[in-house]
Structure formats: structure tokens, C-alpha cells
Design a protein around this ligand. Structure first.
Ligand SMILES: C[S@@+](CC[C@H](N)C(=O)[O-])C[C@H]1O[C@@H](n2cnc3c(N)ncnc32)[C@H](O)[C@@H]1O
Length: 245
């Protein structure tokens, strides 16, 4: 069985952890506006439950959302019926010609797809560069090493009908999160467990690779007014307007 955002964690991610995305959205819209991207297709990689897709389609954009979690894609499709969604790995997805590619919430760090590694990520950046129209944008954020002072952390978060317990360990540029959920289904609470591993990247190194491909890159600690949490960095990579399409 796949170990990534199955039914209960997908539900909890959607109802309990929407803040990061919803607070990022105004800043992302402002970046698109600044670069005069006011319409056209936006490809959202790791679109989760469609929170950002809903914001984008409420403007003039069309959205293609891609996520490896079938449960999250199911929620996204219900939330934003006018958008197109695909349940598949972003590393093997076909990226059609588009105005922007957006990936919010450290999606490139996840090691769900065994094919994910630094080389595949560079290939993805090249693939995105080729798909973007001249002047198009790649907007994404990553998690770097150093999120926790001690290298480990345990936390719980609760909602009306769920509790999630997370045990985090960072070692050798790999962050491992063991996630236990309890979700009320009928009279009882159902227990599920997932283990998520993330490869930690350094923004400065990724920026160098993006520039080598031809992007103009900005590295930021915020999306507009929203300051990203510790060790999270946003990269805004622009395909030059005078480049070949
Ligand atoms: C922290 S969540 C963010 C979700 C969404 N972008 C949001 O802001 O609500 C990370 C997302 O990346 C997705 N993801 C991780 N690895 C992926 C891969 N190889 N292909 C597609 N999606 C992936 C996960 O399924 C999850 O939905």
C-alpha cells in the first residue's frame, strides 16, 4: 500500500493544515501580477487538496494540478471541478506549455517517488523551463537542513474529529517524519500511520542550477506578507522574456 497521504492523513491535511497555503496565496498572486501573468495555464505540482487551485481558478487562470496522493486528488477534484487533476508523480508528469508552474509546501523534497533525487530534480527544472512560455515563472518552496535546533522534535495537533502525532528526526540531509493519526469514523477513532522522508536541499545550490539552465532566480524567505517558517525558502525562477519558446 502507498505510504503517502492516504485517506485519513489527506483529510487532516486538508482540514487542519491549510494555513501555509492560504497565507502563501496572496503573495503568489502578487508575484504573478508583478510579472504580468494574468491568465493562461498554471501547472501546480504537488497540488494537494486543491486549496491554491481554487484561488487561481477564481482569477483568470486555468489549472492543471498534479499530486501523487489519490486521496488528495479526490478532494481537489471535488473542491475545484473546473480544474484538471492528475494523480501521479510530478517527476514523471508531462508538463504542457504554460504560463507558470507552482509548487507550494516543500513538494520537491519528498522522497515518495523512489525516482526522486538531485539529478531528477534538475531534469524536472529543465523540463519546466522548456514548457514555460518566455517570461513564464516557476514558483516553489523547499525545506533546507536546520529546521529543528536539536535534530528531533515531537508534536501533536488536534481538530474536531482528529489528532495527529508527528515524530521528526533530521539526520544527514534527510528529514524523517513518523506520522500517527487518529480520525473519528462513526463511533470510534481509526488509527493510521505513515512515514514521510524528505531530501533536504540548499536554496543557494538550487538557485545556481536554475541559473545554469537559463532562469533568472530570486530567493526569498516569504510569499508577500507571509514569512515562511524556519528553514523554508521560496524560489522564484523566471524564464527570460527574450528566450526562445
Ligand atoms: C505539504 S503537502 C502540500 C500540498 C499543497 N501544495 C498545499 O499547499 O496544500 C506536499 C504535497 O506534495 C505531494 N507530493 C510529494 N511528492 C510528490 C511527487 N513525487 N509527485 C507528486 N506529488 C508529490 C504530496 O502528496 C503532498 O500533497
Amino acid at each position: 500500500m502507498n505510504n503517502w497521504y492516504r485517506e485519513d492523513l489527506a483529510y487532516i491535511q486538508d482540514v487542519g493544515f491549510s494555513n501555509y497555503t492560504l497565507k502563501s496565496a496572496p503573495g503568489i498572486l502578487a508575484i504573478l501580477e508583478r510579472d504580468r501573468i494574468r491568465e493562461g495555464l498554471i501547472v501546480e505540482l504537488g497540488c494537494g487538496s486543491g486549496l491554491l487551485a481554487e484561488v487561481l481558478t477564481s482569477k483568470e487562470y486555468r489549472v492543471l494540478g498534479i499530486d501523487i496522493s489519490e486521496s488528495l486528488i479526490e478532494i481537489a477534484q471535488t473542491r475545484v471541478p473546473e480544474a484538471e487533476f492528475q494523480a501521479r508523480s510530478l517527476f514523471s508528469a508531462e508538463i504542457p506549455p504554460c504560463s507558470a508552474v507552482i509548487s507550494v509546501g516543500e513538494c520537491f523534497n519528498y522522497l515518495f517517488d523512489a525516482e526522486n533525487n538531485a539529478v531528477r530534480l534538475m531534469e524536472l527544472f529543465q523540463h519546466i523551463y522548456n514548457a514555460l512560455m518566455p517570461g513564464g515563472l516557476l514558483i516553489f518552496d523547499i525545506v533546507e537542513p536546520g529546521q529543528m535546533d536539536s535534530g528531533t522534535e515531537q508534536r501533536f495537533t488536534e481538530g474536531k474529529d482528529w489528532v495527529v502525532l508527528v515524530d521528526k528526526v533530521e539526520a544527514g540531509d534527510i528529514l524523517t517524519r513518523r506520522i500517527i493519526t487518529f480520525r473519528k469514523v462513526g463511533e470510534f477513532y481509526r488509527r493510521s500511520e505513515e512515514v514521510h522522508r524528505q531530501q533536504l536541499y540548499r536554496a543557494a545550490e538550487l538557485a545556481g542550477e536554475l541559473e545554469r539552465i537559463g532562469f533568472q532566480v530570486e530567493v526569498m524567505g516569504n510569499y508577500g506578507e507571509f514569512a515562511l517558517p524556519k528553514a523554508r525558502v521560496a524560489l522564484i525562477a523566471k524564464k527570460p522574456s527574450d528566450s526562445q519558446s
